[in-house]
Design a protein around this ligand. Structure first.
Ligand SMILES: [Cu+2]
Length: 286
């Protein structure tokens, strides 16, 4: 009888271990220019999935219980560090070099990978992306990586000059590296679900300012939160997220229609003075 129980236990253990996967991903630290709605550009750094620069940081996805094996390539001419917020493990990557490390994620949630060196300059310049550690609870998952930019600061930092964060006054606001209306071309950012279909939104603020995301029409239940002011299980329609905080919310839409989502600080719904722009998008429930 006892032997039988042991065999069952070993089979169960084997099933559990067998299900966990190690996901291998390459990310490339690239330097380039971000195009604004005003037609201007400013220098940024970004994590991309190839040596080709894009101002859109790679969003990484794994399932809870999986390990993420990251190979971080540095195409820049400066040294960069690499860390995942809340996890041990700090990598330093020389110019034209790459470093590999594996992290285990026992629980679902939104996590920030970033460059903590020369803080906050390298992260502010763009080196901060989101890792979505997905739960089996929902099959529809959306991702919002919030950033804001003061183009004159990007120009100064790129030249190696100091900036005064006490008078920071950003003029461009992005979700996953783009602003309204371009956000709506991003299927990872733009909610498009059927009535009654539960979905989760993984939100990280990787900028310098606080962003207070307001969802029209629905309340979301907080599933995970690294934000001290947002409690897990709370039902809310506005989520004030400080720099380097993350929340995961779940919504089950109970009515049809198109609903706006935006930063409640309305400066963030503009870009270079152009309105509407910035952190604004539409949720479509059909
Ligand atoms: Cu509103």
């Amino acid at each position: 009888m006892r032997k039988c129980a042991l065999v069952v236990f070993v089979i169960m253990l084997h099933c559990l271990v067998g299900r966990a996967a190690t996901v291998h991903v390459d990310v490339f630290i690239n330097r380039g220019l971000m195009q604004t709605v005003s037609g201007t550009t400013f220098p940024v750094l970004s994590y991309n999935d190839s040596v080709l620069f894009s101002g859109i940081n790679a969003t990484l996805q794994i399932n809870s219980g999986d390990s993420l094996s990251l190979n971080v390539h540095n195409t820049d001419t400066a040294f960069h560090d690499f860390a995942i917020k809340g996890f041990p493990g700090l990598l330093t990557i020389a110019p034209s070099d790459s470093v590999q490390h594996t992290w285990y994620f026992p629980q679902d949630g939104a996590f920030i990978y970033y460059d903590p060196s020369d803080a906050p300059s390298n992260r502010y310049m763009g080196l901060a992306g989101q890792i979505l550690v997905l739960s089996a609870a929902t099959s529809f998952n959306y991702s919002w990586n919030l950033k804001e930019h003061q183009s004159s600061y990007n120009n100064a930092i790129a030249l190696g000059n100091a900036v005064d964060w006490s008078v920071y006054d950003p003029d461009f606001f992005t979700v996953n590296g783009v602003s309204y209306p371009d956000i709506q071309n991003d299927s990872l950012a733009t909610v498009d679900v059927s009535l009654g279909q539960p979905y989760r939104i993984y939100i990280s603020n990787t900028g310098q300012s606080k962003h207070s995301i307001h969802i029209h029409g629905f309340h979301g239940t907080v599933i995970r939160s690294s934000a001290g002011n947002i409690q897990v299980n709370a039902s809310k329609d506005t989520f004030p997220i400080k720099s380097m905080e993350s929340v995961v919310i779940e919504i089950t839409p109970d009515k049809l229609g198109r609903y706006s989502v935006h930063d409640h600080n309305l400066v963030a719904v503009s870009g270079g003075g152009v309105h509407p722009n910035g952190m604004f998008t539409i949720m479509n429930i059909h």
